[in-house]
Design a protein around this ligand. Structure first.
Ligand code: AMP
Ligand code: ZN
Length: 112
């Protein structure tokens, strides 16, 4: 995906505050944080959304990456939220699947 902003972050074409990367995923700070901790976990490979993922190892890598990032950020004790907005009513605005990791305050439920 040539003009995908998250592909460009994953391949280093545009800057982001990257906090973890490996062969499969990149974890970086959200540019418009909705909580004291707000990072995004993306696969390096492009998928438009969760709907486009056919290989469950992609989901496993996202969730495992978020759990590892949360641990490394010291969030285990107080907890955190993981969210994958999907499609129009799901609130997805960037069409490269991403998992939000949110923490650092009491998060409301239900979401807006
Ligand atoms: P969503 O609404 O679930 O698609 O989330 C997209 C998220 O990407 C939003 O929280 C944005 O703040 C974030 N975002 C968009 N562009 C960038 C960027 N260049 N660097 C970091 N975060 C971004
Ligand atoms: Zn992409």
């Amino acid at each position: 995906m040539n003009d995908c902003i998250f592909c460009k972050i994953a391949n280093g074409e545009i800057p982001a505050e990257i906090i973890y990367t490996d062969d499969n995923i990149t974890v970086f700070k959200d540019a418009n944080p909705q909580a004291p901790v707000h990072v995004l976990v993306i696969p390096k490979q492009h998928y438009d959304s969760a709907i486009a993922v056919k290989d469950n190892s992609v989901f496993a890598n996202l969730v495992a990456g978020a759990v590892k990032a949360a641990h490394d950020l010291g969030l285990d004790e107080k907890g955190y939220r993981m969210v994958i907005n999907t499609g129009e009513q799901g609130g997805q605005t960037v069409n490269h699947i991403h998992l939000h990791l949110l923490a650092g305050r009491n998060l409301g439920w239900p979401p807006g």
